[in-house]
Design a binder for this molecule. Structure first.
Ligand code: GTB
Length: 213
């Protein structure tokens, strides 16, 4: 059965692939699973019909038969469990890849979102300028640790996995902050993720929503 995911009808990132449907698209492309996309407006996201799928009125969601899922990490995990290619066969390696998925959303993403909140949500506050260096240093701490663990490897733990997929997309949210570029191996790691054909297909698909092609 072809799953249906939801994405922004009009993404605030203007097709830069930063919204979280990108992770789900990428995972589906990696495993070669065709999918449908239902585009939703900000208003529609808050309507009961969408909230029945997503309690917080957000994207992405995932529907497959009578299964409805929300949370990008849970959706990517579901795809990775059902289809070969995103999680190792070996049980211990699989468990470690899942740890990296959680690390991406639970440990690395929160300080990155903190920077977006500091810039977009608190930028007009008198204390905003003073707080910004602290927020950036919190990210640097995490990036330094991640950089140290990755070292000279291509991926976080052996072959590319759903853990890398989630981590690369989280790191992409650093956008034009310049922080990622302070860590050469992490920049190369993200570039490796973006060079994957599945990433390119997913990126092109979400960009087409913005450009109307
Ligand atoms: N934890 C959830 C998950 O991982 O799925 C978070 C889902 C979430 O934050 N969804 C956002 C959303 O629906 C879109 S991705 N927001 C609408 C709302 O809450 O009303 C977050 C996002 C939005 C915009 C950009 N951007 O413009 O660069 C990047 C990421």
């Amino acid at each position: 059965m072809t799953p249906t995911i939801t994405a922004f009808e009009s993404s605030p990132d203007r097709g830069r692939g930063l919204a979280r449907d990108m992770r789900v698209r990428w995972a589906l492309e990696e495993v070669g699973q065709p999918y449908n996309v239902r585009l939703v407006s900000f208003a529609a996201m808050k309507e009961p019909a969408h909230r029945a799928l997503h309690p917080f009125g957000q994207i992405p969601t995932y529907e497959e038969g009578d299964l409805a899922l929300f949370e990008s990490g849970a959706i990517v995990f579901h795809i990775a469990e059902r289809c070969r290619g995103l999680l190792p066969e070996d049980a211990n390696a699989r468990a470690r890849a899942i740890s990296w998925m959680f690390a991406a959303v639970g440990t690395v993403e929160p300080p990155i979102i903190g920077l977006e909140i500091a810039k977009l949500g608190e930028g007009d506050k008198p204390w905003s300028e003073q707080r910004l260096p602290l927020v950036k240093d919190r990210i640097r701490d995490r990036l330094a640790e991640l950089s140290s663990r990755l070292g000279g490897a291509d991926w976080l733990d052996g072959a590319f996995s759903a853990g890398d997929l989630m981590m690369v997309h989280v790191l992409l949210r650093l956008g034009r902050s310049g922080l990622l570029e302070e860590y050469t191996n992490l920049s190369a790691y993200v570039a490796r993720g973006q060079a994957r054909l599945a990433y390119k297909r997913a990126f092109a698909a979400q960009l087409a929503v913005f450009t109307g092609n």
